[in-house]
Design a protein around this ligand. Sequence first.
Ligand code: GCW
Length: 671
Amino acid sequence: HADDGYRLWLKFDLITNIQQRNSYTQKCQFIYSDNQEAITKTAQKELQAGLSGLLGKKILILTNLAGKKGGIILQVIQNEQTNQLAEDGFSIREENQNIVIRSRTASGVLYGSFAFLRQLQSGSSIAQINITDSPKIKYRMLNHWDNPLGTIERGYAGSSLWKWYELPEVIDQRYIDYARANASIGINAVVLNNVNASARFLTKEYIVKVKALADVFRPYGIKVFLSLNFAAPKLLGGAKNSDPMAPEVRNWWKNVTKEIYAAIPDFGGYLVKANSEGEPGPQDFGRTHADGANMLAQAVAPYKGIVIWRAFVYAADPKGDRFKEAYKDFKPLDGTFASNVLVQVKNGPIDFQSREPFHPLFGAMPKTPLAMEFQLTQEYLGFSTNLVYEAPLFKECLDSDTYSNGKGSTVAKIVDGSVDNHSLTAIAGVANTGSDRNWTGHLMSQANWYAFGRLAWNHSLSSEQIASEWIKMSLTQEPKAVATIQDLMMKSREIYVDFTTPLGLHHVMGQNIHFGPEPWLERSARPDWTAIYYHRADSVGLGFDRTSKGSNALGLYAKEVQTQWGNPDTCPLPYLLWFHHVSWNQKLSSGKTLWNEFSSRYYEGVQSVEWMQKQWNYVQSSIDPQIFADVTGRLAAQHREALNWRDACVLYFQQYSKQAIPAPYQAPSRT
Ligand code: GCW
């Protein structure tokens, strides 16, 4: 039968290796728990469905253990052992001939159950199983940029999953499957709506709809959050304005919050984009981001809610450097945020480019918990026609050392709270899901959702390991095919960088929809929405000088980081044009001149896409035909787009370098 990708990594098809199946079956003869919480029931149901599929026979849920052996016991218990785990951590071990999945919380037992299933799904041994695992970050969230009318900002996989007009009466099975997928990778919070937020979500009409979704997600351990529109008191409540210091406004927020919590007692809280790209915010009234955040924090505090305030702000100054804007606004506010506020920072200082240096705010606000925002949806990574496995991009950022508190103060350790001692911690991924049958448009982008969840849980997992888990559960277990696909995935991001923005070039994509190349863009509504603002090509060279001779954005980082990137002769090539204006004839560490290296990368990038197509063809016999054909088609589209990027960029920048395209490559012919 053909596979349309709907089941994601939760396929649970019959294990065909009979010996292996038998060895699993011996240890999985029943499921039992004496805990009655809804989430534990979910865990039992998921184990039952998963095991029954994998083992080819119905595995029973017992209501009475009666000393039985050879099964799985789910235990929610507070004891010396579980107290050593983080909240929602779990252990899986064999005790008295049963496999015990144990945690302090029902959610922990749910995560342990999925972890156990993963062992079987990927063909690992469960003899003497002994796994202990704890999440490193408390809130592991998806941010949906979904609008009330069903469109998704920067969504490339159809329309929104949430059918607002049908809610609350109709509960689509898809809501449940979405929750299962998230729970299986440890995601425990979702923001339902776009950060460019409609105030509508705060109305009575919508609160019942949000409640309906919250009720679906609760048994999967998932909390619901809303993005809010800061001008809502005026828009909805008829207030004179939305000044966070006005008693009338503060009261309005208190009351709305009360209404939400009356409907959804475990509501997570608010996500806010304020004074950013035209959205309203406290600065409209001469107040600071902290004034705005703290007002909302006070409204949710009685219910243990939190406020996540985004730091994605920048001014349109043609002489300035957008790189520095968020830092300038937020750094001085460190220490002034209420204790239930997190500031959410994008991984890089500009905007989810295919490669960015880590955001200089990480490590610069020790008194404020900083949440990480990654983008799963491929706004700048080729939409849903490009195969880009994002785990290496996430890891590159998480593993970067900020040196804020000495060597080893990595971005990951800022975000997980260990460097500055924060227990309120969060990481968000801008979702790549939509109404397409396979959820993510490009089937291979499912891996980005999966990888985000796994890294949110444990940022020290390797990209390779996550890829291999995902492939085995989603595509094939044939060892050679697994290795081939893993290799292809691991190289895919660098290949994308090469044929779009090599050597640290950035933000030269098409305007508005952010698709394809447009390095020639000189004019736009704002200077920092053009391409020339970023690439700074001239007859001398290419790149944005952010050293002390230029914008000195580098000065925002710790000394050690400045040393690492500050010298054009030693700056690693992937970051070169982020920080330096380099002359076309400058010899790089590769031995080639800038022009030769730069233009060659585009050609090599295109050749690498051809290599990906070839590698993918090798695995045909191991992949479901429908999935194989779909990915094959998308790789062909990617190849067409790569040619377009190459020719556009090489021809455009050649006007400045005035040099020939280096051997063995040839100028694109124009017909
Ligand atoms: O990446 C940019 C996008 C906008 C987005 C904004 C943001 C939701 O182009 O579509 O708006 O960032 O993150 O707020």
